[in-house]
Design a protein around this ligand. Sequence first.
Ligand code: ASP
Length: 322
Amino acid sequence: MSVAPVVIVHGGAWSGGTGQCDARAEGAKQAAIAGWARLKETENSMDAVEAAVRALEDDPIFDAGTGSVLNDAGKIEMDAAIMDGTTLNSGAVACVQNIKNPVTLARKVMENTHHCLLVGEGANEFAEKIGIPVVPTEELVSELSTNKLKFCEGNYDDRVGHAFKATNINKHKKHAQGEHDTVGAVAVDPHGNVAAATSTGGITAKMVGRVGDSPLIGLGCYGDSDTGGVSCTGHGESIMKVHLASRIIMYMETGMSAQDATELALDYMYRRTEGAGGAIVLDNKGNVGLHFTTDFMAWAYVKDDVMHHGLVPDTIHQVAVE
Ligand code: ASP
């Protein structure tokens, strides 16, 4: 089978503040280019999503790797997952600290262990064992994430409901400074293999030990080369209630297009939980689905050497890629 390869990325869905829009849009574009370059080089969708997510993790504007948000103890705990849609193998880490690129550690869990998910101390011990270097916390903390925690401090309501309320469009506008800058990528390679990956620092002021949807297969990330791949962003506890990623795939299995399935699933989540978010989707022929129930989501994809990108609903820009 020969498929026109595609790589799509997101840099999180959010409502409210328009700050850093340009930086987020630029970060998504650069990550799509990084993923596309790798896809052309290796013709391997796993390599492409890893490269794209690493680029997003290295960009401090996003809540993943460098720039991850702080929990209510002022610490960073990161989650990531990656899934190979052809073998259905996956790897994930949760609550890891001091790791520059959690998506790479997640891939190592998939490739070098018999397990799918390692958390906390165990995940960090595994990283050490396989030679993934530990970086000082200061290298991962950004000014933006420090300010986000300050914004939440002293306001109990914000602390417990920050992300949930921040992503609702019509309600709770007072929490509009809240942001979801989780990152993710989905790719289809020329052989029809689908891969998906998601990486996050979670939500600002989360409790120590809190894990959201992102590292959980079927919730924040899923890939099945028989159907397609998904990476989600948004309020993790709402995504968990509706198993968003697998819901989208299951809708597609009924014959729905990637776009219709993505819209239906996110609308269902909003209606049932009042939780907002976004998702990027590819079917196994490279058709794109993308939707968000927040005001913004930075996304970009490359197909046939043309990059398509956007930030607000119904606006798509196109630019040729060298
Ligand atoms: N889904 C992520 C979480 O709840 C947050 C995000 O998308 O930014 O951990």
